[in-house]
Design a protein around this ligand. Structure first.
Ligand code: HEM
Length: 413
């Protein structure tokens, strides 16, 4: 980059964390495959390059194990337990191990099953909106967008609904480590996550036993049944898969529904479009995923030298692939910073691309579409709460998540 000396490229810098968009625009324009001294990693920002990188065999997702291997004995004592569990998650494996895990998980997300969940999703959305309205609570995250996905995932997995609160707590503790969501100040975060993983594993063990005795329509029963080959998941792999689903499907969905509501409040003309035609809520969700998708950065390790846009990226380097930057690439999306719910086509990469592309995308889309349609329909006069501070974003390299969203409306029960 010609002006590299002047570039502040630490994505955790509070200003860049708050508003990364001018920085991403500059990288896309001037140095689309940029070596960042701050992160000691490459940052990839153009749409075509992001798609190529996410499909390239030289870029490995097996990124927890190398970190685990490199821990000092002291850090291993603190963080090794959680990291060893997370290293088993399919999202951090490469083919062929990934291919097997993904194939065996696919059954649980059969489109027929996911579509059949819409009625229950509506009930949950309306139930949480009832309590949100009745409580007079202002923070939409605390009362609605956080509990909703946790409850849905607990039901998807096959847990009794009265245990949904435990899923929320576990998810919180996992996010502290996996997303750094608690901030660096949380010295006890590895201990909390490790305790939660241990509790979860014990809990899922009981559910597995029950599903073996009485198979149901839930994910654990599907994972036990396998795909008819001899290669079924072991009980430990099923537990690990359930923990991954809770982690991968919770915060991302919370975040995207929250961001969508913020975007609609910020763009009253677009909010009016959805109010006039609730069928547009699906398109509003797609545009929110594009403009403020939940994932800013996906990490990859380089396992073989390769070239991208004339730069040689060496084995052992780290690459930060940015779906968020790709989703505002003007080469792909005209007027990319504009939130325009009728945008078509809208081939964003908020759910990733390649073999790891989100397995829960269809479920997330239904959940978010129903949530946005019902929020717009049931909360007339939707606006920021009086005196609410400007919304702030969780300090995070990987995630794009609001800390809270305080709103008011004119609804009564
Ligand atoms: C708005 C909501 C969501 C967003 C933005 C999102 C985004 C993503 C992205 C970007 C990836 C790719 C990760 C990578 O390449 O390293 C991914 C993978 C994954 N997602 Fe989602 N996700 C969402 C909802 C869900 C839900 C609801 C579930 C399940 C209940 C889920 C389960 C998973 C799993 C298991 C993977 C790993 C797939 C694999 O490794 O093959 N996600 N997601």
């Amino acid at each position: 980059m010609t002006t590299q000396g002047a570039l502040r490229d630490d994505l955790l810098d509070p200003e860049l964390n708050h508003d990364p968009w001018p920085f991403f625009a500059r990288l896309r324009e001037e140095d689309p495959v940029h070596y960042s001294p701050a992160h000691r990693a490459w940052i990839v920002t153009r749409y075509d390059d992001v798609v190529e990188a996410l499909g390239h065999p030289a870029l490995s997702s097996d990124r927890v194990r190398p970190l685990l291997d490199a821990l000092t004995p002291e850090n291993r004592a603190k963080a090794g337990g959680v990291m060893a569990q997370m290293a088993e998650w399919m999202v951090v494996t490469d083919p062929p191990a990934h291919t097997r895990l993904r194939r065996l998980a696919t059954n649980a997300f059969h489109p027929r099953k996911v579509v059949a969940m819409e009625g229950r999703i509506r009930e949950l959305v309306d139930g949480y909106l009832d309590s949100f309205i009745a409580s007079g609570e202002q923070d939409l995250i605390a009362a609605f967008t956080f509990p909703l996905p946790a409850t849905l995932i607990s039901e998807l997995i096959g847990a009794p609904s009265e245990d949904a609160d435990r899923f929320k707590d576990w998810s919180n503790d996992l996010a502290l480590v996996a997303f750094g969501a608690g901030g660096e100040g949380r010295d006890d975060r590895h201990a909390l996550a490790e305790r939660s993983i241990a509790e979860m594993f014990e809990y899922f063990g009981v559910l597995i036993e029950k599903a073996r005795r009485e198979p149901g329509e839930d994910m654990i029963s599907d994972l036990i049944a396998g795909d008819g080959t001899e290669e079924n998941l072991t009980d430990d792999e099923i537990r690990s898969m359930c923990a991954l689903m809770l982690f991968a499907g919770h915060e991302t969905t919370t975040t995207t529904i929250t961001s969508a509501v913020k975007l609609l409040i910020d763009h009253p003309d677009q909010l009016e479009l959805v109010r006039a035609d609730p069928k547009l809520s699906g398109k509003a969700v797609e545009e929110s995923l594009r403009v403020e998708g939940a994932i800013k950065i996906l990490h990859r390790w380089v396992i073989e030298d390769f070239e991208l846009r004339g730069k040689t990226i060496r084995k052992g380097d780290r690459v930060l692939v940015s779906p968020a930057a790709a989703n505002r690439d003007p080469e792909k999306f005209p007027d990319p910073d504009r939130f325009l719910i009728t945008r078509s086509p809208n081939a964003h990469v908020a759910f990733g691309k390649g073999v790891h592309a989100c397995i829960g995308a269809m479920l997330a889309r239904i959940e978010m579409r129903v949530a946005i349609a019902r929020i717009v329909e049931r909360l007339p006069g939707l606006r920021y709460a009086e005196g609410a501070a400007e919304p702030t974003w969780v300090p995070s390299l990987a995630a794009r998540a609001l800390t809270e969203l305080r709103i008011e409306h004119d609804a009564t029960l």
